[in-house]
Design a protein around this ligand. Structure first.
Ligand code: CDP
Length: 231
């Protein structure tokens, strides 16, 4: 078992990213947001003029190899919470709800997941002995099953919608966003993530399931750190 990898999985807006980043900072570990990889793929997809805008399983099958090749040949850089693709800062673009939805549709494709599996494991190896905190949907079940510390972070869907709403308002200053639309979108994404056949969202048998609906960020971080020290 590897005690230098901490996996934090869970549904959208459960707080995974915030908690994972803080834990990584405290322990001096690196951080990998695996959702960003699916968002980058969605960005690449949406910037191809000849790919269909009416995205469905069939047209993903048709373009999956081109998409994967483009991803594998792209220069991707993570720097101070910014994501650069071919030296272009795409951070705010890939954080949009539109890209999030497209990412979750692409994430159901098995070939895409297999390619990213490789990418993620190589990335972890490249971190050497420094340690890694990583968040996503299948980090503990599929990508790093030998991680010693696995967290499955959950929260009530209404709380998650409220958190995502506040995050969008503060990050994008977009005042047109509606709480109800966010709630609906989260429910659809949960449904897709849980019910897909390839690496569905579910806790690993050896994961610690933590409901942070009524916990502050600091309380959640402390519980995770205490757990990490005991496993
Ligand atoms: O921020 P949010 O939790 O909404 O999404 P994200 O973590 O950025 O991931 C975007 C989408 O990629 C999710 O809706 C998932 O469908 C998918 N994803 C996945 O399937 N597996 C992962 N390890 C990470 C993300």
């Amino acid at each position: 078992m590897n005690n230098k990898i901490i996996t934090i999985d869970g549904p959208s807006a459960s707080g995974k990213g915030t908690i994972a980043k803080k834990i990584a900072d405290i322990l001096g570990f690196n951080y990998l947001d695996s959702g960003v990889l699916y968002r980058i793929l969605a960005y690449i997809y949406s910037s191809q003029p000849d790919f269909s805008h009416d995205i469905n399983t069939e047209n993903i099958q048709q373009c999956q190899q081109i998409l994967i090749d483009k991803f594998n040949h792209s220069k991707i850089l993570f720097e101070n919470n910014n994501i650069f693709l071919e030296n272009i800062n795409i951070t705010s673009f890939i954080r949009s709800e539109t890209i999030g939805t497209l990412a979750s549709i692409l994430a159901a494709n098995q070939n895409i997941r297999i390619q990213l599996l490789d990418w993620q494991r190589k990335y972890a190896l490249a971190q050497g002995l420094e340690g890694l905190v990583t968040d996503g949907r299948d980090m503990g079940t599929v990508v790093f099953p030998n991680a010693k510390c696995k967290i499955f972070l959950i929260a009530d869907v209404n709380k998650r919608a409220q958190r995502r709403y506040e995050q969008i308002i503060s990050q994008t200053k977009n005042q047109d966003v509606k709480l109800n639309d966010i709630l609906l979108n989260l429910k659809q994404r949960d449904e897709r993530d849980i019910n897909r056949s390839s690496s569905p969202l579910k806790p690993s048998n050896d994961a610690f399931i933590l409901d942070n609906s009524n916990l502050t960020i600091e309380e959640t971080v402390n519980i995770v750190l205490t757990y990490y020290k005991t496993v």
